[in-house]
Design a protein around this ligand. Structure first.
Ligand code: ADP
Length: 450
C-alpha cells in the first residue's frame, strides 16, 4: 500500500456526507491534486456547496475515465456498489480503494481509535462510550457512521486523542491497515445482504475491525461468539467477553454488573431498557475500565445517559396508553429486542412495516405470541408481515403509518403500549428512519395537544 503524501493524486468517488467533509480536510492539509466524481447530476445540495470553492476539479452525472487515469488512490463513499462498472475498472488497474476511516487512520496513526460495530446497537453504544469518556475529561470525539464524518472530527479538534467511531460494514470493507486500540463487536444478524452478497461476506467485512490489532489492543465480543471463531484463530490482541453467564468477563445479572465475577456496581436509575441495552452498557463499561476510568464515575455517567432519539424512545401517554418510538428498528432482530424489553404480556399494540428487507420473520413467533395484543401492519412489507402475524396474534393491515397509528389508538386501552418498531426500512413513505420517527411523534403528540 502506498504512503499517504500530499503529492498523491486522489479521487473521491461519490460525493456524500463523508467525502465532502474529507475534501474540505484535504484542502486544509494542502493536498493539491484531488478529483471528485459523482454519478448524480444534482449540484445544488449541501455536499456540492461544501466542495465547489475548494479549487478541486469535479464531474457530475457520470463517472469518466478520469476517476482512475493517472490516479494513485481512490477514496470511496461508504456503500459505493462494489460490483459497479467503475469499481471493476479500478480493480483491473490495481488502484487501492479505501474509506475515509482508513485514510484518516493512516494520516494520524498516533491517535487512539475506539471502534464499534455490530448489526444493532452501534449508535447507542458509541454514544454511551463517548458520554462516559467526555464526562471523565478525556480529550475525545465521536463520529463515523453515526452521522459525523471522521474528517469533521479532525477539522474540529485536530489534537483529539481518542476517536470513538461507529463503523458500518460499508466503511469497514474498505479498510486495510485500520487498527483500533479497542474494538467492540456487538452482535451479528442478517442486514445489507443485497450489498455484501451473502452473510459470510457481511461478517468478513465487519471483522476488519479487529484483524490488524496487536497484543496492545482489545477486542470486546459477546460470550456466544461462535460466528466469529474462524476469524479469531489468528487474533493477536486481548479478547474480552460480555454476556449474562458466569463465563463472561463482564457479566450482568439484573441491573448489577460484574467484572471477572467481582461486583462492579448496581445501576439504580438508568433510562435505557431491555437486555439489549444491558449488552450495550456492558460494552461501554468494559471499554471505559480499559481506559482507566473508575467504576463510580462509569456508573454515574451511565445513569445520566439519555436514550438516543428513535431508539425505544418514550414519546407520551395518551389516555393511559404509552407511546414508544423505536423507528430506528429496521431489522427483525431489533424488533425482537424491543418486544423482549417488555415485562408484561399482551400489552403491546405493534406498528410494523415499511420497505421490506425480506428477512425471515420466524424468530419473532414465540415472543410475539406472548407480548403482542394486536399487530397493525402497513407499508410495502404490510402484506408479508400480515400473513405472518395474523397466524399468531390478532392483526390488521393498514395503508400507511398514519392510518396504522389511528387504528392502533382505536384498538388500545389504558395500560397498553403502542410501539412503533417497524423491522423495515422507511423509504416507501419517508426519507429515512429519522423522518419516520419524527412524523410518528408528531401524530402522537397532536392527540394530546388537541
Ligand atoms: P445501530 O446504530 O446499530 O443501528 P442503534 O443503537 O441505533 O443501533 O439501535 C438500533 C435498533 O436496535 C433500536 O431499535 C434498538 O432498540 C435496537 N438495539 C439497540 N441495541 C441493541 C443490541 N445490543 N442488540 C440488538 N438490538 C439492539
Amino acid at each position: 500500500m502506498i504512503n499517504i503524501e500530499k503529492s498523491l493524486k486522489i479521487t473521491l468517488l461519490g460525493l456524500g456526507l463523508s467525502t465532502s467533509s474529507l475534501a474540505v480536510l484535504l484542502k486544509k492539509l494542502d493536498f493539491a491534486d484531488v478529483f471528485i466524481s459523482e454519478l448524480k447530476k444534482e449540484k445544488h445540495n449541501e455536499f456540492f456547496k461544501k466542495i465547489k470553492n475548494l479549487g478541486y476539479e469535479y464531474e457530475f452525472g457520470f463517472h469518466s475515465d478520469r476517476v482512475f487515469l493517472s490516479r494513485d488512490l481512490i477514496i470511496a463513499s461508504p456503500g459505493f456498489p462494489p460490483n459497479s462498472k467503475i469499481m471493476k475498472e479500478i480493480r483491473c488497474r490495481n488502484i487501492p480503494v479505501i474509506s475515509d476511516i482508513e485514510f484518516i487512520y493512516r494520516l494520524f496513526p498516533e491517535k487512539k481509535y475506539i471502534a464499534i460495530t455490530g448489526s444493532n446497537g452501534k449508535s447507542t453504544t458509541t454514544s454511551l462510550i463517548y458520554h462516559i469518556l467526555s464526562k471523565s475529561g478525556i480529550n475525545s470525539e465521536i463520529g463515523g457512521n453515526i452521522g459525523i464524518p471522521i474528517s469533521d472530527i479532525i477539522l474540529k479538534n485536530p489534537s483529539v486523542e481518542y476517536i470513538v467511531l461507529e463503523t458500518s460494514s460499508y466503511q469497514l470493507e474498505l479498510t486495510r491497515d485500520f487498527s483500533p486500540h479497542i474494538s467492540v463487536f456487538l452482535n451479528i444478524s442478517p442486514n445489507h445482504l443485497s450489498h455484501h452478497g451473502d452473510m459470510e461476506s457481511y461478517i468478513k467485512a465487519k471483522t476488519n475491525i479487529f484483524k490488524n490489532q496487536t497484543s496492545n489492543d482489545f477486542l470486546i465480543i459477546p460470550s456466544d461468539h461462535i460466528f466469529l471463531d474462524n476469524y479469531l484463530l489468528k487474533y493477536k490482541g486481548n479478547l474480552l467477553t460480555f454476556g449474562f453467564d458466569d463465563t463472561s468477563n463482564i457479566k450482568c445479572s439484573g441491573k448489577t454488573l460484574y467484572f471477572n465475577n467481582e461486583k462492579l456496581f448496581k445501576l439504580d436509575k438508568i433510562k435505557l431498557f431491555g437486555d439489549h441495552n444491558m449488552q450495550n452498557i456492558m460494552c461501554a463499561t468494559i471499554t471505559s475500565l480499559l481506559l482507566g476510568i473508575n467504576a463510580k464515575d462509569i456508573k454515574e455517567s451511565i445513569e445520566s445517559f439519555n436514550p438516543l432519539e428513535h431508539r425505544f424512545e418514550y414519546v407520551c401517554t395518551i389516555n393511559g396508553i404509552k407511546i414508544v418510538n423505536d423507528s430506528k428498528s429496521t431489522t427483525v432482530v431489533s424488533l425482537l429486542m424491543a418486544l423482549k424489553s417488555f415485562k408484561e404480556d399482551k400489552k403491546i399494540i405493534l406498528l410494523a412495516g415499511g420497505t421490506d428487507k425480506n428477512t425471515p420473520l420466524d424468530p419473532l413467533k414465540d415472543i410475539s405470541k406472548k407480548k403482542i395484543k394486536h399487530a397493525v401492519l402497513y407499508g410495502k412489507a404490510g402484506e408479508r408481515f400480515y400473513s405472518f402475524f395474523s397466524k399468531i396474534v390478532e392483526s390488521t393491515l393498514e395503508n400507511g403509518l398514519r392510518n396504522a397509528f389511528e387504528k392502533a389508538l382505536e384498538l388500545s386501552e389504558k395500560g397498553d403500549c403502542i410501539l412503533l418498531s417497524p423491522a423495515c426500512a422507511s423509504f416507501d413513505e419517508f426519507k429515512n428512519f429519522e423522518e419516520r420517527g419524527k412524523y410518528f411523534k408528531k401524530l402522537a403528540l397532536s392527540k394530546i395537544q388537541g
